[in-house]
Design a protein around this ligand. Structure first.
Ligand SMILES: *Cc1c(COP(=O)(O)O)cnc(C)c1O
Length: 387
């Protein structure tokens, strides 16, 4: 189809049933039935492309996957019960004992825990690179390096990584490049265009956008997705059909929602930039962002997350949180409700003080996921809390 992003997000849907429904129904079924013995045999032998059991595939999940593939320019994909199920299953399906992953240092906290606490059980090791020093990556590549892993923008520091440069390094060394594109959403950035082999999302964030369901998805090259599918249909991390239905509906409004998130976030960042109680503010589409040019090159807009540091360190940070009235103190992001978090004491508390410092997380750092409330109300609440 040659339709644009917004049109595909709305018009990609399952074939109508005999009921001629306008909106796609939920297929809340664990299994599917067969015509006869031969149909069943051929289906299990994969001579037919059809649904057998919802741990393998389900119509609602297939619709969700199809939409995300169109958005990301991917060949195919698999949908998971959570973003972390997508991350883990992607590693588990593609890596062997003895393999090595090269990962950006600034990554989601649970992914960091997976690298350090669990993958070593299967003799899968990792090294971290700083996203400011891409030239240094090639020195970290070993004969058993198989994959490069990164996020951009990063959480919680909203740093930007040059995807095109990373894509070239991965290609040169024949490594699988996996990008967690959750912070940008497929509306703002499509890593496959820049050389990524696989793209992972937590559907829990901007994709659902209303804080209702957990979900994850991996899309990309079909040879790799086939391995992920084979692993997942046996181990069972599949997305529930109900959540797939919710998400597919959410994607219909992704473009309009993310446009407003970004408009609000930029306004908040601009407001904070001049504020006397703030040491610094970070937002990819602020001219003061060190990677502003790269952000402009690879993203349509700056995303929903703004990071800043309140003057006065930990105590001032905690005072700020206690004074917040409208915004939610919560761990999610990409929600219609604006959310403030304190990474040092919550999402990144499992990191050592040195690890936090390396990823740019200071004691007074605040992360705001800017929601869809009126921007005047968001700014007013943050302004009064800073006071
Ligand atoms: C939230 C998040 C995840 C994990 O997703 P869940 O749906 O919570 O399991 C992974 N990566 C990033 C960047 C995230 O923000």
């Amino acid at each position: 189809m040659n339709n644009k992003f917004e049109t595909n997000a709305i018009r990609t849907q399952l074939k109508r049933s005999q009921n001629q429904e306008h909106s796609v129904p939920m297929y809340l079924t664990s299994s599917f039935v067969f015509e006869d013995a031969e149909d069943m045999r051929a289906s299990f032998a994969e001579e037919k492309d059809r649904n057998i059991y919802s741990r393998y595939s389900n119509p609602n999940s297939s619709e969700f996957i199809e939409k995300v593939c169109q958005m990301e320019g991917a060949e195919t994909g698999f949908a998971f019960a959570s973003g972390m199920a997508a991350v883990f299953s992607t590693f588990a399906a593609l890596l062997e004992s003895g393999d090595h992953i090269l990962s950006a240092r600034s990554i989601f906290g649970s992914t960091h825990s997976l690298f350090t606490n669990f993958l070593p059980k299967w003799n899968i090791t990792h090294s971290y690179f700083k996203i400011d020093a891409l030239e240094a990556i090639e020195k970290l590549i070993t004969p058993n390096t198989k994959m490069i892993y990164a996020e951009s923008p990063t959480n919680p520091g909203v740093d930007i990584l040059d995807l095109e440069a990373l894509g070239k390094i991965a290609k040169r060394h024949k490594l699988i490049l996996v990008i967690d594109n959750c912070f940008a959403s497929p509306y703002l950035q499509q890593p496959i265009k820049h050389g990524a082999d696989l793209v992972i999302h937590s559907g829990t964030k901007l994709m659902d956008g209303q804080g209702r369901v957990l979900a994850g998805i991996t899309v990309g090259r079909s040879a790799l997705i086939d391995k992920i599918y084979r692993f997942s249909r046996i181990t069972g991390p599949a997305l529930s059909p109900f959540n797939a239905w919710v998400l597919s509906k959410s994607l219909e409004t992704l473009a309009v929602r993310v446009d407003r998130h970004c408009e609000n976030a930029l306004k908040l960042a601009e407001f904070l930039e001049g504020h006397e109680k703030i040491n610094w503010v970070r937002y990819p589409f602020l001219k003061s962002h060190p990677k502003y040019a790269i952000a402009k090159k690879q993203m349509k807009a700056g995303g929903c997350v703004v990071a800043f540091e309140v003057k006065g360190g930990l105590a001032a940070g905690q005072q700020f949180f206690d004074a917040i009235k409208l915004l939610s103190l919560s761990a999610n992001l990409g929600d219609s409700r604006s959310i403030v978090t304190h990474p040092a004491s919550t999402t990144h508390s499992k990191l050592s003080a040195e690890e936090r410092a390396e990823t740019g997380i200071t004691d007074g750092m605040v992360r705001v996921s800017v929601g869809l409330e009126h921007i005047d109300d968001i700014i007013r609440d943050i302004h009064q809390a800073l006071g």
